[in-house]
Ligand binder design. Structure first.
Ligand SMILES: *Cc1c(COP(=O)(O)O)cnc(C)c1O
Length: 404
């Protein structure tokens, strides 16, 4: 159907979007209003852990929706309890609070750390975060984020988030004062361009935070839930943080997020934390379906296997075109480009015919890949073939001819 038949003009402008409307999807494939199909290596922004319209997720939603949709957050429900237990059984944490978005889970983590500081550290409230980090789009999480320009656009900021540099332990140590209560980081900076914290840095951070009795908070909204080939990315370095947040992949596509903490840190008192939809049974039933499949024997091996295959394919491509290699962990990877042609390649890839490709340029000089965790080798091969076409259409000569 013609794009103009969809009245999108009532949607508030937040960003420029292509003139297509997505109508349905299955697995690695998305279809638009013209029935054109796209191979999807964005997957709802690293959200659809099992691809589009996954049968198990559809069934979990259906079953729960026909039983109970919302008893109110003032009461327990069965899926919320079941999912919380599954998460604590499979992580270093003892308690879970469910939220609806990564930003909301991070707000909860910030509040929990500040509350802990009030009780245990004489009102210390500062949380050291990192340059280029991304923690969400609420006022506090924007203030915690290290994105260029975000310190001023909605000024005044929420105070208390001094910024250190990733993988530079001295830069963290230099910011510690008697007001410091925690250090918060993404084990891999996703929006910042798939920049991993090194194992040595994670180990040093854990040691430093222990020494100064600070909480270590990992924002695993993007890296958690199988994305890196471990259930949670903190496991890559063998450390145990005090607080973790999850979002994106935990919901397999539906709005679900979580705040997890160790017992000693779970210090909220009645009224401190809440939210109308927290622990919604339909969302937590889906989360249970997602996590139970991820902890089933062999699943994470499959992710690591696909990741190794994707890595080799990207390295091959990089060599062929003289690019700067690739980086990442598991199925969160970036191809490093020689110049800022990322956005151009993204557009060319999407507009390929008859089959488009959806990839993201987290920064202009790289492409980010975040396929479904059950992506196949065949789909990776198809992605590389499409990407080559898009790259060739974007390289200087190609760009010049196609621009006419
Ligand atoms: C996406 C993301 C968030 C924000 O999650 P929302 O669900 O969009 O609020 C926070 N932290 C990280 C690391 C993310 O990737």
């Amino acid at each position: 159907m013609n794009f103009d038949a969809y009245s999108t003009e009532s949607l508030m402008f937040i960003t420029t979007r292509p003139e297509i409307v997505f109508t349905h999807g299955k697995g690695a494939w998305l279809y638009d209003n013209n029935d054109k199909r796209y191979l999807d290596f964005i997957q709802g922004w690293a959200v659809n852990s099992f691809g589009h319209a996954d049968d198990g997720i559809v069934e979990a939603m259906h079953k729960q929706a026909s039983r109970l949709i919302n008893p109110s957050p003032a009461y327990y429900n069965e899926p919320m309890a079941r999912l919380a237990k599954l998460l604590t059984d499979n992580s270093a944490f003892d308690k879970v609070f469910f939220a609806n978005s990564g930003a909301e889970a991070n707000e909860g983590a910030i509040k929990l750390a500040r509350k802990w500081g009030r009780k245990n550290k004489n009102g210390a409230y500062e949380i050291i975060t990192f340059d280029h980090s991304f923690h969400g789009r609420t006022l506090a999480t924007m203030s915690a984020s290290g994105k260029a320009g975000w310190d001023t656009i909605f000024a005044p900021q929420v105070p208390g988030f001094p910024k250190a540099e990733l993988n530079d332990i001295a830069s963290v140590e230099a910011l510690i004062t008697d007001k410091t209560v925690a250090v918060m980081l993404e084990p891999i900076q996703g929006e910042g361009g798939v920049l991993p914290a090194t194992r040595e840095f994670m180990l040093a951070l854990r040691e430093l935070t222990r020494k100064h009795r600070l909480l270590l908070i990992v924002d695993e909204v993007q890296t958690g839930c199988g994305r890196t080939g471990e259930l949670f990315a903190y496991q890559l370095s063998g450390i145990e943080p005090d607080i973790m947040t999850l979002g994106k992949g935990i919901g397999g596509g539906v709005p679900l997020a979580a705040l997890l903490a160790r017992d000693e840190v779970s210090v909220f008192e009645a009224g401190d934390q809440g939210g109308t939809y927290n622990g919604n049974p339909v969302m937590t039933a889906v989360g249970y379906e997602v996590i139970s499949r991820m902890v089933a024997p062999g699943f994470l091996d499959g992710v690591r296997d696909s990741a190794a295959y994707l890595r080799q394919a990207l390295l091959g491509l990089s060599e062929e075109y003289g690019f700067n290699g690739e980086r990442g962990e598991g199925l969160l990877r970036a191809l490093l480009l020689p110049s800022e042609i990322g956005p151009l390649i993204v557009n060319k890839a999407r507009d390929l015919n008859p089959t488009g490709l959806l990839v993201n340029a987290a920064r202009p000089n790289l492409l980010r890949f975040m396929p479904a965790l059950n992506v196949t080798r065949d789909e990776i091969d198809q992605m590389i073939a499409l990407l080559k076409q898009a790259i060739e259409a974007s390289l200087p000569e190609g760009a010049a001819t196609s621009a006419i």
